[in-house]
Design a protein around this ligand. Sequence first.
Ligand code: C5P
Length: 235
Amino acid sequence: PGFAAIIPAAGSGTRLGKGPKAAVTVGGRSLLAWAVSALAPHVSEVVVALPAGLELPADVPAGVRTILGGATRQESVRRLLQSVDAEYVLIHDAARPFLSGETVRAMQAAVRRTDAATVALPVADSLVLGGGTPSGQQTTVQQPSTSNHPPSFWVQGVPRENIWAIQTPQGFRRELLLQAHARAEAEGFAATDDAGLVARLEHAVELVEGDARLFKVTRAGDLALAEAVAAQWGQ
Ligand code: C5P
């Protein structure tokens, strides 16, 4: 009964370049310890998927169970889902350390209402569809060394009304998410998050307004920001 929290933390942390992210420290504490401490008071169980060869960082609160993750995030989540029996699950990326109790409670209320919900943030920036060199133009553009993307040009502005950036935690009735994962696997469909798999079943997914501090620590520059938030957290 109630909620289990599952944390996929089996990535390699390639973009951050500091080894598996779960063990990277921010404010003197591992990312995984931040995530577990935020969730544990609200759930009956916390289960973490780790990459082969990584143990739980020593500062993770006691009582957390671990399993071996899969080759993709989706596979890690599927394994986690099969390892719990709660009615509802909250899924949270270890790479998002700053999760408030208020957000966890808002998510739990939404999941009880609708069986499927995700934290999301209304987009603040202007949005644009980018693309290759417009036809007829002979411009050669050198790829900037800081970018992983090919040179791109403004093709068309995108209205940002009602556009949301998806974060975690995401929450579901466990049976519903198992069904969404089974369908995705059977159809060879991959998504970067679980709400995407459930939306694909044409099941409603409620958007719960998140918080800019829930950003994902992905690239080296994010660590400086994370240190700044850690210094303020809880004050
Ligand atoms: O790569 P990305 O930042 O989207 O990963 C999101 C989360 O999924 C991270 O917490 C990462 O550790 C986890 N993950 C996983 N198993 C994988 C790949 C990623 O649990 N094979």
